[in-house]
Ligand binder design. Structure first.
Ligand code: ATP
Ligand code: MG
Length: 150
């Protein structure tokens, strides 16, 4: 199942992320794919806001992961720079603790990802419009998608 959602503006992306944030539970994992500038970090910033994170969320490209305090802890990973390494960052602790995890460029660590997750692909339509493709993997995420579409 893939759900397609079209947004026409930055504000609509922010609203979608904020809505998803209200539905998240501990251990939820969201993967974000999409070209440079598609909006992965932008989406994550609003998700964080929706989770009650007060700190500024920046792209963690050079640190691989940043953690934030909110209603739930948020792990924000950008694994773009892990492409050629087998580094084990302690994936189980990252993905199977109480935090919500968001992974930009997740396919680069495919073998380390939880089997069940919400895979999100963001496609740039034009300067302001984006297409979100939501692919829930596992029952929890199918349920989450039903909530998102309500
Ligand atoms: N509807 C929209 N949704 C998301 N971003 C948008 C939208 N419209 C315009 N933008 C702009 O597109 C840019 C997206 O950049 P962002 O850093 O979020 O991309 P990214 O996918 O994280 O890229 P990278 O792969 O470099 O990390 C921002 O400048 C944002 O303001
Ligand atoms: Mg980014």
């Amino acid at each position: 199942m893939t759900i397609e959602m079209n947004v026409n503006s930055l504000e609509e992306t922010q609203a979608l992320a904020m809505k998803i944030a209200t539905l998240l539970e501990p251990q939820d994992t969201l993967t974000l794919e999409g070209d440079l500038g598609a909006g992965k970090t932008t989406f994550t910033q609003s998700l964080a806001k929706g989770l009650g994170v007060k700190r500024t969320v920046n792209s963690p490209t050079f640190t691989i992961m940043k953690q934030y305090e909110g209603r739930l802890p948020l792990n924000h990973l950008d694994v773009y720079r892990l492409a050629d390494s087998d580094e084990d960052l302690g994936w189980d602790e990252i993905f199977f603790g109480d935090a919500v995890s968001v992974v930009e460029w997740a396919h680069l660590i495919e073998q380390d990802l939880p089997e069940e997750r919400l895979a999100i692909r963001i496609e740039r339509v034009n300067d302001t419009a984006r297409r979100f493709l939501l692919n829930p993997i596992g029952q929890r995420y199918e349920q989450l998608c039903e909530e998102i579409m309500k």
